[in-house]
Design a protein around this ligand. Structure first.
Ligand SMILES: [Zn+2]
Length: 431
C-alpha cells in the first residue's frame, strides 16, 4: 500500500526538467501523492489544489533530484585503500555508511548507484532506506568488487597479511570469476563491479595497464551476471581494457579514460554509458600533496584527469551518454563534495550546464535502470525534486552548498533542505 504523501505546489521558479531542454522561466510543479502531476509553464498550470503545501521557489530553480552514479557509501573518507579492510570492523563501517547516505540525500542526491562497497553494506542500506529507517538516496547496490590476483586491488605483498576480502573477491581465471558472481547473486546486488585495468593510484599497475583482468575472466563475469539479471561495470582506464569490456558486454564503464577511435565506435554502437568520475582525479592533483601522495602518483592523476576530460567530451559530443559521479569517500575527496563533479564538467570540461544536469539526472536514472521512474520532471514520475535558491544555469556551483537547497523531495516527501523539518548532518572528517 502506498502512503498518502499529500499534495505539494511549487511555484515562482525556473524549471529544468532534466532532459536537456531549455528551462521554463516561470514554472509550476505539482506533486500529488508521491508522483509529479504537473511540470511546466505557470500560465498553463491548474489552480492550487485544495490543502496543498505551497513552496515558494523564490525566483530560484526547480529541478530533478541528482543521481550520484559512482557512489561508495562505505568509503569513510579513507587515507589509503587498505583502511577499508583494516581500520574498522564492518559493524562500524555500516554506521559510517549510513551517515554518508544521509549526507548524500541532504546534498540533493535522491538516488545513487554503487561503484563498489565493503561486504554487502549497500544491499542492507537499500533495505533500510526503502523501509524509511534511515534517510538516503534510492540505492542500486553492488556489494563487493571483483579483481584478479595481482590486479589493481591486490597490490599487497603476502607478508603484509591484508587480504582485502571485505572489499574485493580476488579471482584467478574464469571459474573463480563465475564463483564470485554467484556469491553476489545470493547477496542480492544489482551491479557487479570489476577491475579490468590499472590506475594512477596503484603502485604497480598504472593507468595504461590493461590486463588486470583477462578477457576470459571479464566474459565469465558478464555471462554469469546477465544470466541472473545483474548488470556489470568495471574500472576501465586503459584503451585495450575498455575494448575488452565492451566486447565482453559490460553494461556501463567506469572512467573510460583513454579512448581511441575504435573504442569510441564500439561504445556508441552499444550505447554504453560512461561514468568518468573525474573529481577524484582533480582532488588528488590539488589536495594530494597535503595527504602524502607521491609526485609519480599525482602526475598519473593529472594524466588521467586530462585524458578522462577529453574522452568524456568526445563521448558526449558524439551522442554518447555520460553519468555524473565523483568517486567520493577519500580524505582528500570527501563525501559531501558530490556536486563539485558537476561544476568541474561545466567549467573545465566544456559541458553546458543543461548537459551536465541531464547527465546528473536523466542519464543517472537510466544507468540505474530506472529512467522510467525518475530522473526527469514529467507527469507520472516520482516526486524526486530539488528546489534551489538561485539560478543553477547561470551558476551550477550553487549545487555544491547545501545551504542553497530550499527543499529536497523524495517520492513527494520533503526529506531535506532549509524548509525541511530536520536539521543537518555534520560532515565527517577522515572517518
Ligand atoms: Zn570508485
Amino acid at each position: 500500500m502506498k502512503l498518502d504523501t499529500g499534495t505539494t505546489f511549487i511555484a515562482n521558479g525556473q524549471l529544468i526538467d532534466g532532459t536537456g531542454a531549455p528551462p521554463v522561466a516561470d514554472a509550476v510543479l505539482i506533486i500529488r501523492n508521491g508522483c509529479i502531476s504537473y511540470a511546466g509553464d505557470a500560465a498553463g498550470a491548474p489552480p492550487v489544489p485544495e490543502g496543498a503545501r505551497r513552496i515558494d521557489a523564490k525566483g530560484g530553480t526547480i529541478m530533478p533530484g541528482l543521481v550520484e552514479a559512482h557512489f561508495h557509501a562505505t568509503y569513510f573518507n579513507i587515507l589509503a585503500l587498505e583502511d577499508l579492510d583494516i581500520k574498522y570492523p564492518v559493524e562500524y563501517v555500516s554506521l559510517l555508511a549510513s551517515v554518508n547516505c544521509r549526507l548524500a540525500l541532504e546534498c540533493g542526491y535522491t538516488a545513487a548507484r554503487s561503484g563498489g562497497c565493503l561486504f554487502n553494506c549497500d544491499v542492507w542500506l537499500r533495505k533500510a532506506i526503502e523501509g524509511d529507517l534511515i534517510p538516503g538516496p534510492r540505492l542500486s547496490p553492488s556489494g563487493r568488487e571483483i579483481c584478479s590476483a595481482g590486479g589493481l586491488m591486490d597490490w599487497n605483498p603476502e607478508f603484509r597479511k591484508i587480504g582485502m576480502e571485505g572489499l574485493v573477491f580476488i579471482v584467478n581465471g574464469a571459474d573463480d570469476a563465475r564463483k564470485a558472481v554467484r556469491a553476489l547473486v545470493k547477496d542480492g546486488v544489482e551491479w557487479v563491479k570489476t577491475y579490468p585495468t590499472g590506475d594512477a593510484a596503484a603502485p604497480d599497475t598504472n593507468d595504461h595497464h590493461t590486463l588486470c583482468m583477462t578477457f576470459d575472466e571479464m566474459n565469465a563475469v558478464v555471462r554469469t551476471a546477465h544470466n541472473h539479471g545483474m548488470k556489470v561495470t568495471g574500472h576501465c582506464r586503459a584503451t585495450e581494457g575498455i575494448k575488452n569490456a565492451l566486447r565482453a558486454g559490460y553494461d556501463t564503464l567506469e572512467h573510460g579514460t583513454f579512448m581511441d577511435d575504435e573504442a569510441l565506435e564500439m561504445l556508441l554502437a552499444r550505447d554504453v554509458p560512461v561514468v568518468p568520475a573525474l573529481y577524484f582525479e582533480k582532488a588528488s592533483v590539488e589536495r594530494g600533496p597535503d595527504f602524502g601522495l607521491s609526485r609519480r602518483v599525482i602526475d598519473g592523476h593529472q594524466e588521467t584527469l586530462d585524458g578522462g576530460a577529453e574522452s568524456a567530451l568526445r563521448i558526449l559530443r558524439a551522442g554518447g551518454r555520460i553519468g555524473m559521479g565523483g568517486d567520493y569517500g577519500f580524505g582528500w575527496n570527501p563525501h559531501g563534495d558530490y556536486a563539485r563533479e558537476l561544476t568541474f564538467f561545466t567549467k573545465d570540461v566544456g559541458f553546458t550546464p543543461l548537459e551536465t544536469i541531464r547527465c546528473a539526472t536523466k542519464t543517472g536514472a537510466e544507468i540505474m535502470g530506472r529512467g522510467d521512474e525518475f530522473g526527469t520532471l514529467e507527469p507520472g514520475k516520482l516526486g524526486d525534486v530539488l528546489v534551489v535558491d538561485g539560478d543553477v544555469v547561470a551558476d551550477i556551483s550553487l549545487l555544491e552548498d547545501r545551504q542553497n537547497l530550499l527543499a529536497v523531495f523524495q517520492g513527494g516527501v520533503l526529506k531535506a533542505g532549509k524548509l525541511a523539518p530536520r536539521g543537518e548532518t555534520t560532515v565527517m572528517v577522515n572517518g
